[in-house]
Design a protein around this ligand. Structure first.
Ligand SMILES: CC(C)(COP(=O)(O)OP(=O)(O)OC[C@H]1O[C@@H](n2cnc3c(N)ncnc32)[C@H](O)[C@@H]1OP(=O)(O)O)[C@@H](O)C(=O)NCCC(=O)NCCS
Length: 185
């Protein structure tokens, strides 16, 4: 069970539940071709963004495995919503969770993803007491792979053409960290 105390503050960011009022910024994120380039879907229409946002806004805690907790990423300085991140509780038996993060390209390359993602690792390991947190990305997604490496996650797999995405076979990378590695810092 994980019920974070919101908002979660980092030096430059505020992590907090999404609400339907975030639709404009949220849609700007998922309508952006660069954002969805290595994800499973095409740029969203507004109705599709609203449907996704509504679902994410409802999931602000984890009460059982199978659920995914989502948070908005807001800039302290301007209050702008620049992205969202999540922790999926994939298995209670195996103590595993999955990290995902999406930021608007206007704010890439400033260290915001790393600053936010560390909070997901902290929640997963320190509060939910997970054993292993993993992340997956398209092997062409250098930014995502670099982010996970920078967080100290290990590259555990390079799966060759294991998924067919947008009509083509693509490779997938799997990164992970164990609780013992997290504790060592
Ligand atoms: C992946 C993503 C969240 C990274 O966000 P970001 O804010 O630019 O990342 P950061 O600035 O925190 O950078 C983290 C690390 O990755 C590196 N990095 C980020 N973008 C990079 C790029 N395009 N090329 C090489 N390295 C990159 C940074 O140098 C940094 O490395 P360091 O820890 O050694 O300094 C962002 O590119 C994104 O939202 N992409 C679209 C959605 C997506 O694909 N999400 C991943 C789903 S699997």
């Amino acid at each position: 069970m994980l019920q974070p105390t919101y908002p979660i503050k980092t030096p430059r960011l505020i992590l907090r539940p999404l609400t339907r009022n975030d639709i404009t910024a949220f849609h700007a994120l998922y309508a952006h071709p660069e954002v969805v380039r290595f994800l499973y879907w095409e740029p969203h229409g507004r109705a599709q963004s609203l449907e996704l946002l509504t679902k994410k806004a409802e999931h602000t805690s984890l009460t059982q495995p199978g659920q995914t907790l989502s948070m908005g990423v807001e800039l302290v300085d301007t209050g702008e919503l620049i992205g969202e991140l999540s922790l999926g509780w994939t298995s209670a038996e195996h103590g595993t969770g999955e990290l995902t993060i999406v930021l608007h390209p206007r704010h890439h390359g400033k260290g915001y993803a790393a600053e936010a993602a560390i909070e997901i690792l902290r929640l997963g390991f320190d509060e939910l007491k997970l054993h292993r947190i993993f992340g997956r990305c398209d092997a062409r997604n250098i930014a995502s792979a670099s982010l996970m490496e920078g967080l100290g996650m290990r590259r555990e797999a390079h799966l060759r053409e294991n998924e067919r995405v947008k009509g083509q076979w693509v490779d997938e990378l799997v990164y992970a960290m164990l609780d013992t590695e997290w504790q060592k810092g």
